[in-house]
Design a protein around this ligand. Structure first.
Ligand code: HEC
Length: 140
């Protein structure tokens, strides 16, 4: 249990549970942008618009904001949502709370998909494109 929390396996792709649908679909080919499902794509777009100025385009962090691939490796979804709701106020740097921000609050799930894909390494740094998608669950 504690190990599971430490490894974040609750939300990891390696251990899907019955209650949790797969978080993301990603297809990468050499020398091309990876193609991702709609939620992950939206998460990437929101991240670029709202988070990348501090955490960098690939979420690897900057001199004043942490590398999310590291920081989120031990975070579950609930902790992530709480972090966005609360923001962070430090003496050197701060992060605005986003719980009421119409550009962020509706997209927590999508941000989680994108960032989990980055944290697990399923999605390498770089721009992404949308997978062609029909409505409804993926057919396989
Ligand atoms: C104005 C700069 C800034 C922006 C914009 C920003 N952050 Fe942060 N973020 C920070 C700082 C600073 C910290 C905390 C540093 C620390 O704890 O040492 C942080 C921490 C975090 C953490 C870790 C919180 C924890 O409890 O460990 C997460 C997750 C995070 N940010 C996600 C995001 C996401 C997602 C967005 C976009 C919606 C975002 N941030 C936008 C500066 C920013």
């Amino acid at each position: 249990m504690a190990l599971c929390a430490a490894l974040g396996c609750q939300a990891g792709a390696a251990q899907p549970s019955a209650v949790e649908a797969p978080l993301y679909r990603i297809e990468c080919e050499p020398d091309q942008p990876c193609r991702v499902d709609l939620a992950t794509y939206i998460g990437w777009r929101v991240f670029q618009a709202q988070c990348a100025t501090c955490h960098a385009a690939d979420a690897r962090g900057s001199s004043f904001a942490p590398d999310l691939a590291l920081r989120m490796s031990t975070m579950n979804e609930r902790q992530f949502f709480a972090a966005l709701d609360q923001g962070y106020f430090g003496s050197q740097s701060s992060m605005p709370p986003r719980g009421r921000d119409p550009n962020v609050a509706p997209y927590y799930d999508e941000l989680w998909s994108y960032l989990r894909a980055r944290v697990t390494g399923a999605l390498p740094p770089g721009a992404v494109e949308r997978l062609p998608e029909v409505d409804g669950p993926p057919a396989d």
